[in-house]
Design a protein. Structure first.
Length: 425
């Protein structure tokens, strides 16, 4: 039984981010006085010489003042990769009513009151079945942390909602580098686990009867947070703006976000490292942003992501980030000393089994090792671009703007470390 568990763990942990798309100077003229001439009287022989007054010339000096006009300084570029004005609060709620005993865990990041401080962390091993957690005891970091506080008081105001859908063999916390960042910019991010494809399911920790539809999970989580806002005793009482909603997803979650955006309540969607259907009729008629990693070999940009962008109705944007792979849109590559979930498995002594199945190792390492650069170089671009698009599509730009999107243009993106292609249609 231990050999079988080791084999399952090695195979699936290496593929935790499997692909899926289910789912821009005055001069004065001198004054000359004419002399007055008197005509002499000729009554006597004496002749009187007339007095002649010499003309008076007024000399004018022209003064020229030279003014040097300093060129207007170029405005500072918009940088949404930096944290916004709000601290982060995070809480976990339960979504019930689906065909799953015990319900689904839903993580919520939200703007917290001034003065909120601290650090929130999670360990990816806690999202595996208990029987497997014991096999993953390696001396390697498998955790991720971000600034924030659990169950902190929410900031005053109503905030728009962003629904987040994780990828295959992922979990609701998998992109905390981004979801927590959105909360600092005044958004409430709602991320349910998807029992049909989460990490626990991939490792055999769920029964077939626990599978749910990922779109139902996402829309159910929206209902949950809106209901929480109407509860006077709720942590988010009066804080949720249910009239401004966007969907965001990675890999298979990108497909879920696309399909969920067919719901009338959703204003836009962001798809990361994902594709889309071939039939244009299957795309919701809302603004969209597609992001891809140049060296993603799981969902290749030219074969999967770009065609989806070209099929989606306008307005739509396409970003391709150089030297970034499939897992570059998640926290996963920060685990295992930068080698991802594979590094966690190797630290547990499962490296040999992975070597015997190199295709599984490739799945788990995509975006974590060369030719991809460290994900910390791509994170700022992903944060900036997502915030820029969501601020625009959810109407968060400052009043009086001309309606153009701020920050999603060639000049702004050129200021980041990695070259990024941006297109709009």
């Amino acid at each position: 039984m231990r050999l079988r568990a080791l084999t399952v763990v090695a195979c699936v942990l290496a593929a935790v981010a499997c692909a899926g798309d289910d789912d821009t100077a005055d001069t004065e003229t001198p004054d000359t006085e004419t002399p007055d001439t008197e005509t002499p009287d000729t009554e006597t022989p004496d002749t009187e010489t007339p007095d002649t007054e010499a003309p008076t010339t007024t000399s004018t000096t022209t003064s020229t003042t030279t003014t040097t006009t300093e060129p207007e300084p170029e405005p500072e570029p918009v940088r949404f990769d930096e944290a916004g004005p709000f601290p982060v609060g995070v809480t976990t709620l339960q979504l019930e009513g689906l065909q799953l005993e015990g319900g689904i865990d839903v993580e919520i990041w939200y703007p917290a009151v001034d003065g909120t401080s601290g650090t929130v962390s999670y360990d990816v091993r806690d999202f595996t079945p208990e029987a497997i957690q014991g096999l993953l005891e390696g001396d390697v970091d498998a955790s991720f942390e971000f600034a924030g506080a659990r169950d902190a008081a929410a900031a005053d105001g109503e905030f728009p909602v962003v629904l987040f859908s994780h990828g295959a063999s992922g979990m609701r916390l998998q992109s905390s580098f981004l979801t927590s960042h959105l909360a600092t910019h005044g958004m409430i991010v709602v991320a349910p686990d998807h029992p049909a494809r989460d990490l626990r399911n991939a490792l055999g920790g769920r029964d077939e009867g626990e599978a749910t539809d990922s779109v139902d999970d996402l829309l159910g989580a929206l209902d949950l947070v809106v209901a929480e806002s109407t509860d006077p005793d709720g942590l988010l009482a009066g804080r949720v703006d249910g009239d401004r909603v966007a969907a965001l997803g990675h890999s298979a979650g990108g497909g879920t976000a696309l399909r969920a955006a067919a719901d009338d309540r959703i204003d836009s969607f962001v798809s990361m490292a994902s594709g889309g259907p071939e039939d244009p009729a299957e795309y919701p008629d809302v603004p969209s942003l597609f992001m891809a990693g140049e060296v993603d070999e799981i969902v290749t940009p030219d074969e999967r992501t770009r065609p989806a962008f070209e099929t989606a109705p306008a307005p739509s944007w396409y970003l391709e980030i150089a030297a970034t792979g499939h897992n570059g849109f998640t926290d996963f590559c920060t685990f295992g000393g930068g080698t991802g979930i594979v590094g966690v498995a190797e630290a547990a002594g499962l490296g040999g089994l992975l070597d015997a199945q190199p295709q599984l190792r490739r799945l788990g390492e995509d975006g974590c090792i060369p030719p991809a650069t460290p994900v910390e170089q791509a994170f700022p671009i992903i944060r900036h671009s997502t915030v820029a698009f969501l601020r625009w599509s959810l109407g968060l730009d400052d009043p009086g703007s001309d309606g153009a999107m701020l920050g999603l243009d060639v000049a702004t993106l050129a200021r980041f470390e990695l070259p990024t292609t941006v297109e709009q249609r």
